[in-house]
Write a protein that binds this ligand. Structure first.
Ligand SMILES: [Mg+2]
Length: 297
C-alpha cells in the first residue's frame, strides 16, 4: 500500500536550483518521499493561449464559417471587428464558440454584455437566433480549417505563431527527457501541425485534442496512470482559470502542480483570483521560459 505523497515543495524552492543538474541526474529516477520537487516528470500543456497565439486565425476561420449562413463581404473580417474579437477572446472556451462570438459582435451586442454573459445568455441567444447547434458549428469550423490548409498551409500558418521563446523552451524540455503532452480542446492534428512547422517534434499521440472528449482533470488522471507518475510530479499549464479550478475540486488531484499562463487568453480578473488561490501558481512567459525551479507562488 502506498502512502500519499507530500504536496510539491517546489513552491518554496529556491530559484535556479531546478535545472542545473539535469545533465547528471537521471531524470526518471524515483524520488524519495519528501524530496524537493523542482521540475516535473510529466508536463501537460494547453495549446491555444499557452503555446500558440491563434486568435487571429480563429477570428478569420470563424468569419468564414459565418459567411456560410449570413451575407458578409470579404474573405477576412474587417479590422474593427477583428480588434474587438481579439479583445474578447478570453470569453471563448471551445472552438465552436468562435463563430458565435463573431455573430454576437455582428449583432451589435455591447462589449460589456459579451464580457459579462457570453457563456450564459449571450451564447444561447445567438445559437437560437441562427438556429445552429454547437455540433454543427464545430464541424463547419474544422471544415474551414481543413479547406484553408488544403489550399495553402502557409496561408493558414501566416496569422498564428508560437509565443516568443516557446519553441526553444519546448525543444529544451523535450531534450531533457521530460515527458510532455499537449492537451487541447481543438483538433489535435491542427496543434501537431503548428508545432511541427515551428520545429517542435512531438509524437502525434502526445498531442491530445478534442477527439479525446474527456474533461482535463480526467485526462490528467489518465496521463499519470499511463506513465506511472505520482501526481506531485505532474505539472499542468493552462490559460483558462476555470479549468485549473476544476482540477482543484478533485480531491485525488491535490498534488498536481497547477500553473496559470498569464500571457494567454485570461479574463481581466484572473491574475488576482489566481494570486488568492492557494493551489494555482500564476506564471509569466518569462518564468515559463526559465528554470522550473522558479515556478513558485
Ligand atoms: Mg487555452
Amino acid at each position: 500500500m502506498t502512502t500519499a505523497a507530500p504536496r510539491p515543495s517546489v513552491r518554496s524552492a529556491k530559484p535556479g536550483v531546478g535545472r542545473r543538474d539535469w545533465g547528471h541526474v537521471p531524470i526518471l529516477a524515483v524520488r524519495e518521499q519528501g524530496e524537493t520537487v523542482t521540475y516535473p516528470r510529466l508536463l501537460a500543456l494547453d495549446f491555444d493561449g499557452v503555446i500558440c497565439d491563434t486568435v487571429r486565425e480563429g477570428c478569420r476561420s470563424a468569419w468564414q464559417v459565418c459567411r456560410e449562413f449570413v451575407p458578409l463581404n470579404g474573405d477576412a473580417p474587417p479590422p474593427e471587428l477583428a480588434a474587438l474579437f481579439v479583445r474578447l477572446r478570453p470569453v471563448v472556451e471551445h472552438g465552436w464558440e468562435f463563430p458565435v462570438l463573431v455573430l454576437a459582435i455582428l449583432d451589435g451586442i455591447p462589449e460589456a454584455a459579451i464580457w459579462d454573459a457570453f457563456q450564459t445568455t449571450c451564447r444561447a441567444q445567438v445559437l437560437e437566433k441562427y438556429r445552429v447547434t454547437p455540433r454543427q458549428l464545430a464541424a463547419r469550423f474544422d471544415a474551414v480549417r481543413d479547406r484553408t490548409i488544403a489550399r495553402s498551409l502557409d496561408d493558414w500558418l501566416s496569422d498564428q505563431w508560437l509565443y516568443p521563446g516557446m519553441a526553444d523552451r519546448l525543444r529544451s524540455i523535450l531534450a531533457d527527457g521530460i515527458t510532455t503532452y499537449v492537451v487541447t480542446t481543438k483538433e489535435g492534428r491542427f496543434a501537431h501541425t503548428l508545432l511541427a512547422t515551428h520545429g517542435v517534434t512531438m509524437p502525434l499521440e502526445r498531442v491530445w485534442g478534442k477527439e479525446q472528449a474527456r474533461p482535463k482533470p480526467e485526462l490528467l488522471r489518465v496521463l499519470a496512470r499511463t506513465h506511472g507518475v505520482a501526481y506531485r510530479d505532474l505539472w499542468f499549464v493552462e490559460d483558462r482559470l476555470k479549468t485549473l479550478q476544476a482540477v482543484t475540486r478533485e480531491a485525488d488531484l491535490t498534488d498536481v502542480g497547477l500553473y496559470l499562463a498569464l500571457w494567454g487568453y485570461i479574463m481581466p480578473t484572473d491574475p488576482d483570483k489566481a494570486a488568492a488561490d492557494a493551489r494555482v501558481v500564476p506564471l509569466t512567459l518569462e518564468r515559463f521560459c526559465g528554470d522550473f525551479g522558479t515556478w513558485t507562488k
